[in-house]
Write a protein that binds this ligand. Structure first.
Ligand SMILES: *[C@@H]1O[C@H](CO)[C@@H](O)[C@H](O)[C@H]1NC(C)=O
Ligand SMILES: *[C@@H]1O[C@H](CO)[C@@H](O)[C@H](O)[C@H]1NC(C)=O
Ligand SMILES: *[C@@H]1O[C@H](CO)[C@@H](O)[C@H](O)[C@H]1NC(C)=O
Ligand SMILES: *[C@@H]1O[C@H](CO)[C@@H](O)[C@H](O)[C@H]1NC(C)=O
Ligand SMILES: *[C@@H]1O[C@H](CO)[C@@H](O)[C@H](O)[C@H]1NC(C)=O
Ligand SMILES: *[C@@H]1O[C@H](CO)[C@@H](O)[C@H](O)[C@H]1NC(C)=O
Ligand SMILES: *[C@@H]1O[C@H](CO)[C@@H](O)[C@H](O)[C@H]1NC(C)=O
Ligand SMILES: *[C@@H]1O[C@H](CO)[C@@H](O)[C@H](O)[C@H]1NC(C)=O
Ligand SMILES: *[C@@H]1O[C@H](CO)[C@@H](O)[C@H](O)[C@H]1NC(C)=O
Ligand SMILES: *[C@@H]1O[C@H](CO)[C@@H](O)[C@H](O)[C@H]1NC(C)=O
Ligand SMILES: *[C@@H]1O[C@H](CO)[C@@H](O)[C@H](O)[C@H]1NC(C)=O
Length: 382
């Protein structure tokens, strides 16, 4: 008898519990431990390993930052139709299921404008940015992950509506596919940040219609190609700020930069020469940094030197390495000469800048002998 009573009691309790929990979810309870106010659900810093249950369906701002959440499973956010901000920074996210944001191909999270997945362990750009299911996204933060490459069409679903910021800085990116920034009308109406990665080839940005700031600081880029920046000259207000400092740039091609740009940082690279007249085109330039490059002060640098001497008001100095100044590295007898104040008739004959010549031929130390021969050939040509 007692047995039956005990079971009866347990059944009653669990029935009551079920009624209680289901009534809670009807009145949109707050997930346990989280703090809820209005439509903001704050679950920051709770050592969560998985997404909390019972997130109210009218949640607009969901703060899950500083936890140890590692996966965003199918349908994870599919019922949160009012979501505008999703903050998952400082977690352990390695996978975002491609259906985390929608159910049965119904794309309804159109109000979601900010997704912060910075400081996680993603190794690739989540596919959900490609498929068009998040058409309202304006801000995507993927900095400090472990992304190694950017595939074709990686942002196809979000780039057509005018992103304001796409932050891919501090990843392990080596390869950016030629069509990574492809879209039907791709626009980053703000900042594209790919600084502090391992990019060697200047990414193809010319398919973008617009981008105001491009930050490629701290990569391993060696060349700035012709028309490197978006839809060259078609969009007057685009590409105003370009950060290329701390790369390995040796060569800047003609017509690389947008004529209306305002800030160009090229300090701490490997530039020996520069297409001087390229700079004369940049009439709106306010701040230009060129310090910490091994300038070869030979006669082919004349146009460049003239530009600098006539545009000192545009020069800015960023003392990254402790050697500010635009100075000659070669030839030896001009080493340390300040280009801004040097007498242009002292620029050396080409022959006195053999290292510059070698670099022009794209030589490395292993090829030194061939380079010297090529250099001699070039000199005797003149
Ligand atoms: C969540 O709470 C933390 C402090 O408890 C606060 O710093 C953070 O701004 C809150 N997040 C939101 C979205 O209000
Ligand atoms: C995540 O887990 C690690 C290891 O258990 C722990 O040291 C760390 O404090 C946790 N971080 C958060 C934000 O909970
Ligand atoms: C992070 O996620 C991985 C699985 O992807 C898991 O093995 C690891 O324990 C997690 N780390 C923490 C601190 O939770
Ligand atoms: C996403 O979830 C579905 C259903 O569980 C699964 O079939 C698929 O493999 C998952 N995708 C990823 C990338 O994990
Ligand atoms: C880009 O920004 C400009 C100026 O803020 C605005 O007029 C334009 O509509 C924006 N374009 C898109 C596609 O968001
Ligand atoms: C240049 O970038 C590398 C990483 O690519 C970084 O380790 C180094 O500190 C940076 N140097 C400066 C002067 O910013
Ligand atoms: C850049 O243009 C100048 C002048 O038109 C020309 O002499 C030079 O060869 C060009 N350089 C490159 C790399 O195309
Ligand atoms: C150029 O640098 C000066 C001095 O640091 C600063 O005041 C100005 O705002 C900069 N110009 C632009 C367009 O950023
Ligand atoms: C540079 O300025 C000097 C005077 O300071 C002038 O004589 C010279 O023509 C200018 N050069 C150019 C290319 O504008
Ligand atoms: C540049 O920085 C170095 C140390 O990083 C410092 O010793 C030097 O005085 C600075 N130079 C200028 C002109 O600011
Ligand atoms: C520049 O150097 C030449 C040749 O050494 C000299 O004739 C000329 O006076 C110098 N110009 C200035 C401004 O010092």
């Amino acid at each position: 008898m007692a047995y039956v009573t005990l079971y009866g009691k347990i059944d009653m309790l669990s029935v009551l519990f079920l009624v209680w929990t289901s009534s809670l979810s009807v009145v949109e309870a707050c997930p346990s431990q989280c703090a809820c106010a209005d439509t903001t659900v704050n679950c920051t810093n709770l050592q969560l390993l998985t997404l909390p249950a019972n997130i109210p369906t009218d949640t607009a701002v969901l703060d899950l930052s500083y936890n140890n959440i590692s996966a965003l499973p199918p349908d994870a956010f599919a019922t949160l139709l009012s979501l505008t901000v999703l903050d998952l920074q400082h977690n352990n996210v390695s996978t975002v299921n491609e259906t985390a944001f929608y159910r049965a191909n119904v794309f309804t999270l159109s109000g979601l404008h900010t997704v912060d997945l910075s400081y996680n362990v993603l190794t690739s750009v989540p596919a959900v940015l490609q498929d068009g299911s998040l058409p309202g996204l304006l801000n995507i933060n993927l900095q400090h992950n472990k992304i190694t490459n950017i595939l074709a069409n990686a942002f196809f679903g979000v780039i057509n509506n005018g992103l304001l910021s796409l932050d891919l800085s501090n990843n392990l990116i080596e390869e950016v596919h030629l069509e990574a920034f492809r879209g039907t009308a791709p626009v980053i109406n703000g900042t594209l940040d790919m600084s502090f990665n391992r990019i060697r080839t200047f990414p193809v940005l010319s398919t973008l219609n617009s981008v105001i700031t491009v930050n490629l600081e701290g990569n391993q880029i060696t060349e700035v190609p012709e028309h490197a920046l978006p839809n060259y000259e078609a969009f007057p207000f685009s590409v105003s700020y370009v950060y290329l400092q701390n790369n390995s740039i040796r060569l800047v091609h003609n017509n690389s930069f947008h004529p209306d740009m305002k800030v160009l940082y090229l300090h701490n690279n490997e530039l020996r020469d520069f297409p001087g007249f390229e700079l004369w085109r940049l009439t709106e330039l306010e701040n230009l940094t060129l310090n910490d490059n091994p300038w070869g002060c030979c006669d082919d640098l004349l146009e460049f030197v003239l530009y600098l001497q006539n545009n000192t008001h545009r020069l800015a100095f960023v003392n990254d390495t402790g050697f500010p100044g635009v100075e000659c590295m070669d030839p030896l007898d001009l080493r340390g000469t300040d280009i801004l104040s040097m007498n242009i008739s002292h620029l050396a004959e080409d022959a006195l800048c053999p290292i510059s010549t070698a670099v022009t031929f794209g030589c490395d130390p292993v090829m030194a002998v061939v380079c010297i021969i090529l250099a001699i050939l070039k000199v005797t040509e003149k």
